[in-house]
Design a binder for this molecule. Structure first.
Ligand SMILES: [Zn+2]
Length: 218
């Protein structure tokens, strides 16, 4: 009996509890709990990213605010109504400000600067609040849809604002544009806000709402 009690207490110990990322970030939820078939592909947990280094040492899950997760669930329902073989594929979710500082060091003073929010501003990055998602759509079993350029391609071809001209210059195909429009349609239908220079990035609220309603994760 004593052994059983000991085992039970060991399971419940703060050490075991603190090891789960969701416990380390108590205001966040695991996005996959809301969208069961979400493909999680956190590029910053690997060295396959613009910084060429592993930036997330303990963050292995897509964590977001409950509000963001609920919106993604809604977007997923919309996506499934259009084509049940399509799934969301997340590249980045909650990103602590400490990582934002590391990223800023890599891009500061380079042409890539517009693609990383300055962590020293009053807002920093909306990713730092769990309110932003870097996301695409996959066809189940055959990987992400062709968006013309990959996630974190730092150049004009990533800009939603330039898509029409890019198609005219044959830098993007009609299919690329269709895929991006589908992504924007399902995300904005659920209330997400796209940005003008990254096809993969969506915010759960306006800058002002983020600052006043949510808490930054350092
Ligand atoms: Zn982003």
């Amino acid at each position: 009996m004593l052994t059983m009690i000991f085992l039970f207490l060991a399971q419940m110990s703060p050490v075991a509890y603190a090891e789960t990322p969701a416990a380390k970030y108590p205001n966040m939820v695991v996005a996959k709990d809301y969208v069961k078939d979400l493909e999680v592909d956190l590029k910053y947990a690997t060295a396959d990213n613009f910084a060429k280094q592993i930036l997330y040492t303990d963050l292995k899950e897509c964590l977001v605010l409950r509000e963001t997760a609920a919106m993604l669930k809604k977007a997923n329902e919309k996506l499934k109504k259009i084509d049940h073989t399509l799934v969301f594929h997340a590249y980045d979710c909650l990103r602590p400000r400490s990582v934002q500082l590391q990223m800023w060091d890599v891009v500061k003073g380079t042409p890539s600067e517009p693609y990383v929010s300055d962590p020293n501003t009053s807002l920093a990055s909306i990713h730092n609040y769990g309110c932003a998602l870097d996301i695409t759509i996959s066809k189940k079993g055959s990987g992400p849809l062709d968006m013309g350029v990959p996630f974190d391609f730092f150049g004009d071809e990533s800009h939603p604002r330039d898509e029409i001209q890019l198609m005219a210059k044959k830098k993007l195909t009609l299919k690329n544009i269709e895929n991006r429009l589908l992504l924007r349609y399902v995300m904005t239908s659920a209330g997400f806000i796209p940005i003008s220079n990254e096809w993969w990035h969506f915010n759960c609220a306006t800058d002002e709402d983020v600052k006043t309603k949510f808490k930054i994760v350092q």
